[in-house]
Design a binder for this molecule. Structure first.
Ligand code: UDP
Ligand code: MG
Length: 315
């Protein structure tokens, strides 16, 4: 096989504090891999500016001047991590044999990129970067993440445990990805569903090099919820189950009322009238809420709005 062209795609949102360091480390790794003859000298790092409000784009331009391998893609507005990543992957998929996606904050150990590429060279289509341990995350983030992965598994969604969006995809996989038109993007669910030969590399998750997380709890919870409702109809089934259980309980209560009627024990009670009413009202609202979530999703999907716009690119 000829030396492959490998692109590294990094979504960046307000990352001026880390970008210089990231660019230097990533481009150095690329230059080293090129020098050692493992990848083609057309390989590159593409920094995707997701509508940052700080000097991120300026630094991307600087990096482009500084390193031969450095490129930049500026999106017209902030579209979120998943869409920014998609923009990068779809823009560069035809210019590379494989693309590696990685966060810009150096939390994922970039030294395993070489391992990913070697696996790709041996014929693997998707290489997932998986965190060995999460010592640098807070115990809260660790536990909520664990809960999320277990929940997804219970709902039969095929995702890789402890894998964030650090992965290598071959051109075949990226072409398949471009066929997915969904607006509610959850790449961690989509990529495994594509299939092909996959393998895993392990790494230790490091501290953020600088700056702060752009995923506060609220955004993280929204992301998890999106992941569940985009890939599983289980919550809708849950609604049916809850309805059934409530129906059964009501049946028992009616039986008891008839029994009380015949034994002459029936006190015209306020509680027994009002309590089930409140209870059922609550359950109904809950169920409507879940169904509403899906209808909201359908609404967004049928509009088929474009997921990102490209402002400019530098090569
Ligand atoms: N990011 C982005 N757009 C956003 C939010 C985040 O492109 O609207 C990028 C961010 O610059 C980083 C990656 O997505 O490269 C992951 O974000 P972050 O490190 O803040 O998330 P965490 O690692 O804390 O989950
Ligand atoms: Mg991070």
């Amino acid at each position: 096989m000829q030396k492959p062209i490998v692109g590294i795609v990094l979504p960046c949102y307000n990352e001026e504090l880390v970008l210089k360091e990231t660019s230097s480390q990533i481009n150095n790794i690329l230059e080293d891999l090129i020098y050692r003859g493992i990848i083609s000298h057309d390989s590159f790092a593409a920094f995707v500016d997701d509508g940052s409000k700080d000097n991120t784009w300026l630094l991307i331009e600087e990096s482009n001047v500084l390193y031969k391998t450095s490129r930049g893609l500026k999106l017209a507005a902030n579209v979120g991590h998943q869409n920014a990543l998609l923009a990068g992957l779809l823009t560069y998929k035809d210019e590379a044999d494989a693309l590696v996606s990685i966060d810009a904050d150096l939390q994922d150990d970039i030294s395993v990129i070489e391992e990913m590429i070697l696996k790709f060279l041996s014929g693997v289509d998707v290489v997932y970067g998986v965190r060995k341990e999460r010592v640098t995350d807070t115990s809260f983030k660790r536990n909520t993440a664990l809960l999320f992965y277990n929940l997804m598994k219970k709902m039969k969604v095929n995702i890789i445990h402890n894998h964030a969006d650090y992965r290598l995809c071959s051109k075949r996989v990226l072409n398949a990805l471009s066929d997915f038109g969904e607006v509610n993007l959850f790449l961690r669910g989509i990529i495994p569903s594509i299939g092909f030969h996959k393998e895993v590399v392990y790494y230790n998750r490091l501290e953020r090099f600088a700056g702060e997380s752009k995923y506060p709890f609220k955004k993280m919870a929204a992301f998890a919820w999106n992941g569940i409702t985009s890939f599983s109809n289980y919550p809708l089934k849950l609604v049916t189950i809850i309805g059934f259980v409530i129906f059964f309980l009501c049946l028992i209560m009616s039986g008891y009322a008839v029994f009380a009627l015949f034994t002459g024990n029936l006190v015209p009670g306020w509680l027994s009238t009002v309590l089930p009413m409140y209870f059922l009202g609550g359950i109904q609202l809950f169920c409507f809420g879940i169904i509403g979530e899906y209808i909201g999703k359908i609404y967004l999907e049928v509009k088929k709005r474009p997921r990102y716009f490209i402002d400019k690119r530098i090569d």
